[in-house]
Design a protein. Structure first.
Length: 377
C-alpha cells in the first residue's frame, strides 16, 4: 500500500517538475538572447513567446474564425479579431503620428498583385487550416499538416520576394494611409461598421465574443503594441520566413544580387547577419516556442496521431504551403502583417487585403474535401 502511494505521488509530481523545467528553459533562452544579441532582441523573443502562448493556449487565430463564420455563421472569432485590431490601433496610430520616423506602420499600396496575392493566400490558408502565424503555432504544437506546409511556405515566400518586382510592375495605387487622430477615428468607425455586418449575418446565439476570445483579443493587442514599441515596426510573419529560405540558398553558394528585393541594402544586410537580429524572425521563433510550451504543459498535449489522409491531401498541403508563402509576398503580408498590422497602423491596403483574402477563404473551404483533407458532409 505504501509503495502504491509513493508511485501515485511520483506520477502526480512529474507534470509539475516538467512544467517548472519548461519555464526555466524558456526564460534561459530569452536571457541568452538578451545577453549575446541585445536586450531589444531578447524582449522581442519574449513577445513572440507570449504571442504563441496566447494563440495556442486560448485557441485563437485568424483562419479558424473565418472558417467558422463562413461555414456556421459563428461571428465570435472574427469579432474578436476586429476588437484586437481596434485596441492595437488606439495606441499604434498616435504613436506613429507623434514619433515620425522612429516608429513606422505597415504601409502598402493597393495593386493587382496585392489583391491577387491576398485572394490566393485566403484560398491556401483554408486548405492547410492556418495562416502565417497559425502555421507557426501549429508547428509548435506538433500538427503534421503544418510541419509539412511550413518549409514550403518559407520557400514560397523566398520565390515570391524574388519575383515581386515584376508583379508590382503591373500597377498599383499610391500608398494611402489613415493618420493621426482623424485616421484613428475613421479606422475605429470602419471596424465598428464591419463588425456590425458580421453581427447581422451571424447566426442567432453566435453574435457575441466569448470570454476566451475576449481575453485573447486584449492580450494580442497588448503584445502587438509592445512589438511596435520595442521593434519600431508592427508585428509581421512573412518576411522572416522568406529570409530563412534565402539564407539557406545563399549558404549553398547562390548569388542573389540579381534580385531587386534581396539586393536592396536593408535586405542584403539581413542576409549577412544572424536571424537573431531580425525582428520578424525572433517573433516567429517565439511563436513556435510559445505553442510548444503550451502543448508541453498540457497532459497528453502531443498525443495526436498522424492523420490517415490520401496521398493527394499531403501533396495538396505542399502546394498550398508554397502558394501561401508566394501569395503573401505579393500581398505585402499575411493575416498578421497585412490584415492585423496594416489596418491597425492605418494603411488602407489592409482593408483590401481583408476583403480579398476573406473571399479566397470561401473557395479554400470548398476545396478541402475535394483535396481529401476532410470528409465530405
Amino acid at each position: 500500500m505504501a509503495s502504491d502511494h509513493l508511485i501515485t505521488r511520483s506520477k502526480s509530481t512529474t507534470p509539475y517538475l516538467w512544467r517548472s523545467f519548461l519555464i526555466l528553459f524558456l526564460a534561459f533562452i530569452v536571457l541568452l538572447a538578451a545577453i549575446f544579441v541585445g536586450a531589444r532582441f531578447g524582449l522581442l523573443l519574449a513577445v513572440g513567446l507570449c504571442f504563441g502562448i496566447v494563440l495556442e493556449g486560448l485557441g485563437f487565430g485568424f483562419a479558424g474564425p473565418w472558417r467558422a463564420m463562413i461555414l456556421r455563421r459563428e461571428a465570435s472569432g472574427v469579432l474578436a479579431q476586429l476588437l484586437a485590431i481596434g485596441l492595437a490601433a488606439i495606441l499604434a496610430l498616435p504613436l506613429i503620428h507623434f514619433n515620425g520616423g522612429e516608429i513606422v506602420g505597415a504601409r502598402g499600396s493597393i495593386g493587382w498583385s496585392m489583391v491577387l496575392g491576398a485572394f490566393c493566400f485566403g484560398v491556401a490558408m483554408q486548405v492547410v487550416l492556418g495562416c502565417g502565424s497559425g502555421t507557426l503555432v501549429n508547428v509548435g504544437s506538433g500538427n503534421p499538416i503544418a510541419l509539412l506546409a511550413l518549409p514550403f511556405f518559407s520557400i514560397g515566400s523566398f520565390v515570391g520576394a524574388y519575383h515581386v518586382a515584376w508583379w508590382t510592375g503591373l500597377g498599383a495605387l499610391p500608398i494611402m494611409v489613415l493618420a493621426g487622430w482623424s485616421g484613428l477615428l475613421i479606422t475605429l468607425t470602419l471596424l465598428i461598421a464591419v463588425a456590425a455586418v458580421f453581427f447581422f449575418f451571424a447566426r442567432s446565439g453566435e453574435r457575441f465574443i466569448s470570454k476566451r476570445y475576449l481575453l485573447a483579443a486584449i492580450l494580442i493587442a497588448v503584445f502587438a503594441s509592445l512589438n511596435l514599441i520595442i521593434a519600431g515596426q508592427p508585428w509581421g510573419v512573412v518576411y522572416g520566413l522568406g529570409l530563412w529560405a534565402a539564407k539557406v540558398v545563399v549558404s549553398l553558394g547562390v548569388d542573389l544580387s540579381g534580385s531587386v528585393f534581396f539586393s536592396a541594402p536593408v535586405n542584403a544586410e539581413r542576409l549577412q547577419e544572424s536571424i537573431l537580429t531580425d525582428y520578424t524572425s525572433l517573433t516567429n521563433i517565439g511563436l513556435i516556442l510559445g505553442a510548444f510550451f503550451v502543448g508541453s504543459w498540457r497532459v497528453g498535449g502531443f498525443s495526436q496521431k498522424l492523420p490517415r489522409l490520401p496521398l493527394r491531401a499531403w501533396f495538396s498541403t505542399i502546394i498550398a504551403g508554397f502558394i501561401m508563402g508566394y501569395a503573401a509576398r505579393l500581398a505585402l503580408g499575411c493575416n498578421v502583417g497585412a490584415y492585423f498590422s496594416g489596418i491597425s497602423t492605418g494603411s488602407l491596403h489592409g482593408w483590401m487585403w481583408f476583403l480579398a483574402a476573406f473571399c479566397g477563404s470561401y473557395y479554400g473551404i470548398k476545396l478541402r474535401p475535394i483535396l481529401g483533407l476532410e470528409v465530405r458532409s
